[in-house]
Design a protein around this ligand. Sequence first.
Ligand code: MG
Ligand code: ZN
Length: 241
Amino acid sequence: MKILLVFDFDNTIIDDNSDTWIVQCAPEKKLPIELQDSYEKGFWTEFMGRVFKYLGDEGVREDEMKRAVTSMPFTLGMVELLNFVRKNEDKFDCIIISDSNSVFIDWVLEAAGFHDVFDKVFTNPAAFDSNGHLTVENYHAHSCSRCPKNLCKNVVLVEFIDKQSQQGVNYTRIVYIGDGGNDVCPVTFLKKSDVAMPRKGYTLQKTLSKMSQNLEPMESSVVVWSSGVEIISHLQFLIKE
Ligand SMILES: [Mg+2]
Ligand SMILES: [Zn+2]
């Protein structure tokens, strides 16, 4: 049985947020104030749809956006980590669950040659329309009250695990690597043998440490990381067990 590695994308695999990074393609590298102010909590995908439409209307072309997105730096030690996972593909299955979009993630994985490392990418589906506008849709609809309307990463993870299990694929444990507020929901549902790996100093880690101060129960172990190299060390420990 393998270990399932679940990766977040923004600020986890790459060292920035792709949705805010893309704003550098806008004239003067910023959005008009009305557009900036049009974000409503929980409706990020709709907001990004308006941002992409604005960029398209301003004549920002696909290749320009691709150049910007593929210039985002990888987080420290992530390239080493993904190479390690590839080398040990008999021990790991590996998925991404992200609130970015399919076009950005494809570009980054393709440019760095990491497509083969991931068995599946779950994210908001995006595509360029005939006007050259990037369009993005909600990944799914769900009824989790803790998560933004377009994506509950826990629902995605549970559905994936169930589907794999129906096909006879079960995992010894889940290792969840992330940084953000929308990683809290899946992490709190992890089981005793699983490992939550929050990025040091980011929202997920801060939230988990507050929860433990408040003695809120969580079953999984928690291993904080700053570099992908530290994640490699922990994975080496887990596969030796
Ligand atoms: Mg993130
Ligand atoms: Zn949720």
